[in-house]
Design a protein around this ligand. Structure first.
Ligand code: SIN
Ligand code: MN
Length: 275
């Protein structure tokens, strides 16, 4: 039975783990049929020519797709799923809206790494988000194991502020440098190694359809995918409604402009089972 069933006690427990560690497993999993449906939508969107679809460097392979909840009705239903909304509201402590939606595809053999970084560095420096009162909900669309480029996090690092921020420049502000392998705001490898020596590290692994939450300030990375298995990871960022940036300039597929509280809505095609 889910720890959330019938009470807020389970959610309180998760919140205390999330607050302390900066990440936690969420005790739910989308059904295989739901994952299949999402994979089909991702394949269809990936085949389109549009700015939301980003490719690996000098390659025709799709690296990521963005903002899909704005134009795809299955993705729109996903972000409104009542359980996801309830979890996000519980972890953040108030009404939320969708700040960002993306699927990082990490294609088999060629999907490139994400260097060490903190998401909040981008959101504060580029968008003017005042506080890190947001949460990433990660949903793998493929089974994630140690060899297909899982997310690696440094537990507790979300409490330490932002590291190694460069001066803002024209170059940093090119949004393509916020979604490529050559990231604009990184945490240095030496810093990450020091943090790991102090605090350890944790891989975010799991079956397709499982759920994990991680904090905007947690130090994280993921390696190249040299395995034969794709590692598609769907990420929804919910932000507190009262923390919406005032004048964002990046494209709306990277910074959601509809900051009204999201209305929970059931969709029979997306079945989330307690684990
Ligand atoms: C990844 O998909 O491995 C990186 C995701 C992230 O940095 O948020
Ligand atoms: Mn990130």
């Amino acid at each position: 039975m889910s720890v959330f069933t019938d009470s807020s006690a389970g959610l309180d427990l998760l919140k205390s783990r999330y607050d302390q560690e900066g990440h936690c497993v969420l005790p739910y999993r989308f059904s295989d049929e739901s994952v299949d449906l999402l994979r089909r939508r991702v394949a269809e969107i990936s085949s389109q020519t549009r700015p939301e679809v980003v490719h690996e460097k000098d390659s025709a392979l799709v690296r990521a797709i963005h903002g899909c909840h704005e134009f795809d009705e299955v993705c729109a239903a996903l972000v409104s799923h009542p359980t996801l909304v309830r979890i996000a509201e519980g972890l953040i402590g108030g009404p939320v809206y969708v700040y960002q939606f993306k699927v990082n595809l990490k294609q088999a053999r060629e999907g490139a790494a994400w260097p060490w970084h903190q998401d909040y560095a981008f959101w504060r420096e580029e968008d003017g988000m005042e506080r890190p009162d947001a949460v990433n909900i990660a949903i793998p669309l493929d089974d994630v194991h140690e060899d297909n480029g899982p997310l690696l996090v440094v537990p507790g690092s979300h409490t330490l502020g932002l590291f190694d921020l460069p001066e803002r420049s024209e170059e940093n502000s090119d949004w393509r440098q916020h979604v490529s392998n050559d990231l604009a705001y990184t945490v240095s490898t030496e810093r990450a190694e020091r943090l790991i020596a102090e605090r350890g590290k944790a891989w975010i692994l799991g079956r397709a359809g499982s759920l994990h939450a991680f904090h905007p300030s947690i130090v994280h990375s993921s390696s190249n995918n040299s395995s034969e298995d794709r590692r598609a990871l769907l990420l929804i960022t919910y932000n507190a409604v009262d923390n919406a940036p005032r004048n964002p300039v990046r494209p709306d597929f990277l910074v959601g402009r509809d900051t009204r509280p999201i209305q929970p809505r059931d969709d029979h095609r997306l079945v989330l089972d307690p684990q």
